[in-house]
Write a protein that binds this ligand. Sequence first.
Ligand SMILES: *Cc1c(COP(=O)(O)O)cnc(C)c1O
Length: 477
Amino acid sequence: MLYHSTREPNKEERLCSFLNVLLKGLASDGGLYVPTSYSSMYIEERLWRYFSYQELASRLYRWFISDVPYSIIRKLVRTVYNERFPLSYYNNHSGSCPVGYVVATNDNVPIYMLRLSNGSSLSFKDIAMQLLCGFFETILGSSSVNIISATSGDTGSSVCTAFQFCKRSRLFVYSPLKSISEYQAEQMYSHLSINAFNICFNGKFDCCQDIVKRLLCKNRSNNGTANSINWVRLLFQTTYYFSSYFRVTIASKEYVTFLIPSGNFGNAFAGFISKTMGLPIRRIIIATNENNVLEEFFKAGTYQVRKASSLLSTNTPSMDISKASNLERLLLELLNRNSNILFKVFQQIQYFGLVRLLNYISYRSIKRLGISAESTTGSERHMIVQYIYKRCGLLIDTHSANGAKAILLLKHSNPIRDVKIILETAQALKLKDSLQDMIGSNYSFLTQRRVRRLRVMFPCVTHVKQVMLLRTVLLGC
Ligand SMILES: *Cc1c(COP(=O)(O)O)cnc(C)c1O
């Protein structure tokens, strides 16, 4: 399998391999890498149903990785998930994806909460991130890399934990100073790994993401990224869908619906890839908050980027995003892989902050994707957290509560009788500041306050580069 940039008109001439995509993260024209096709694969259900997470992962990734021998892919997956970060962490049943709780039922059809966030940094990103580090380590050899990542709270800790022993990496994490929860700040800014360096901006997540993109785009030094703009992380997240599908279904070709809290549209896109590859997913329901860029996209066919000043700060900070980067990958599919039109669309977004997609594509083609979106308000999330806490004694975080709202809607307006799976995205503990009000203050959370290491800066690329260089010299590798 080869890859090209979403913005590359001469696709056949500018193809690159998986390892290049892994290392570069973003194409030099500012576009995202996509494989030349997501063609559906033969899923031998009877067999796959009994595969461990590791086995499923190796078979899925093999399809997209042609420049690493299959034996090495398998070995890496096993080392990471059996020894370094054993999946038995996630539940007692070693070697499979934690399906977790039934949080509600819809006409006696269960609604599951996929508990992905019991990992080392308590984020759903961990499982994929740990393997990402494994791949970087394997190919780096004696060279070194800067892993630069923007975070709205969770990616930072996930990267620091996964890459803490990767001696050849220097981790630069950019975060918005005032938009993350107290627990997330403690976790990230007090991280002990020597190779991690936190840079904070007085802005929103989008400003951090812009800096990452600008650094990667003019990539003369060896910068890579662990954000979901890196295709490899999305690929590694497809296993969440395959693995949970086989755990909750009994018969072959049984359809399921996924509910996915979404910010940068990364995890949801991994769901879309899984669907395209042939996993029987009827519908992907994206859950967003008051900053409902994605809801407008799927309901009205418009993509309107918010100005930093009109972006609301909510109790779901990981979704306070005005530009959902991975939509670019979906747009390319919607435009039948026509990069010239995609380029025009992005020019319009740049100049006007708004594009009406229905000028280029029909509404039916958006519908045909099988993706829809719903948003929630703060008080709705409040109600849902309380409902699930009272009903099953399970405290979910506010992001995952967004996913659960979509269920309540389904119950009334759209009685799809599939099994449904909500993807949990973080542990409640991380959002304790907002949750304590919801369930009563006698629920006790612990947060220690330790020494924090961070540097607050003005978001200017030249300045950021200087600081990174200085830090590299100091680290001496
Ligand atoms: C990262 C994150 C999201 C958004 O995921 P995307 O892949 O960017 O859509 C949602 N919730 C939480 C808690 C997260 O950490």
